[in-house]
Write a protein that binds this ligand. Sequence first.
Ligand code: PMP
Length: 358
Amino acid sequence: MTTLDDLPIRDDLRGKIPYGAPQLHVPVALNVNENTHPIPEDVAHDIIARIAQALLSLNRYPDREFTALREALAGYLGHGLSPDRIWAANGSNEVLQQVLQAFGGFGRTALGFTPTYSMYPLLSSGVGVEWIGADRDADFELSPETAVRAVEEHDPDIVILCSPNNPTGTPVPLETVRAVADAARGIVVVDEAYAEFAPPGSPSALSLLEGRPRLIVSRTMSKAFAFAGARVGYLAADPAVIDAIRLVRLPYHLSALTQAAAIGAVEHAPQMLAMVDDIRGQRDRISAELAGLGYRPYRSWSNFVLFAGVDDPQATWAALRDRGVLVRDVGIPGTLRVSAGTETETTAFLEAIAAVGR
Ligand code: PMP
């Protein structure tokens, strides 16, 4: 049988392992930070009508500049952003890949603060960028001093700040973003995939974009918008950044069906986001109840909770799976991560982990 090693694969990809959260069919899947709430039915009908309309002209290429979607996203983000400062792609993974393609490449470096989103090193290696993982402060927090020290030490071409951070849930304070943007020579990306789950009124790095042409804020419709299956991510930045990304994107990368569906979803943003409050409530319930069981949940502004105090994460992961509940072992010793589900799913997780015992 032919294996990867037999192929003339790039030397720098040898030995790498692909992204691979297990795709098991269990009653309660709380392992990949999805929004487990379905799309409201009336919104779904509107989206279907828009897709049906788009279907009639699928013989033509879609709008390469996805103008209507950019207008809708600019309106949703506010902060005085105009559509020429917005870019979108098939998930924020693709957005980040395009940023790394345009501003990274062979011989360049990207720096993040570990533990952080597992795709950053993979996206980096895919385009020949060397990934540098720098340390965080205690409890996975990130102070301006710690962040700036790493930026000064490594002088990276790209810094990726994940806020709130996956897999820890911890937010990056705006002072840290500001300090990194001042200290860094290159591009600074703030990945705000989970921003909508922060406490209401929390400031976003979007408020720092003005006057900082090397700062990029990326977002996704996969989480708060419950639109993971549609694959829509986007960013806000200086129009010149968007000109740079046009150099690396594939022509017509966003299908007409994706554009139609995403416009429908953004135009119904209040309804699509109606469950965010509920998810925040379930997240806080998870943190409180886990603490009551003797675990140590980390501060979370996202839709998931990382908790320590798990003696044998693999054994607890398997025991939960046997009870029909899928969580994530992200490889941080003594911890597991669980996404906040609906009230029923969250109850199922809390009952299962109480039954499994510490
Ligand atoms: N950034 C972070 C921090 C994430 O956790 C994820 C998804 N798990 C993504 C980006 C990518 O999401 P998507 O491609 O679905 O937009």
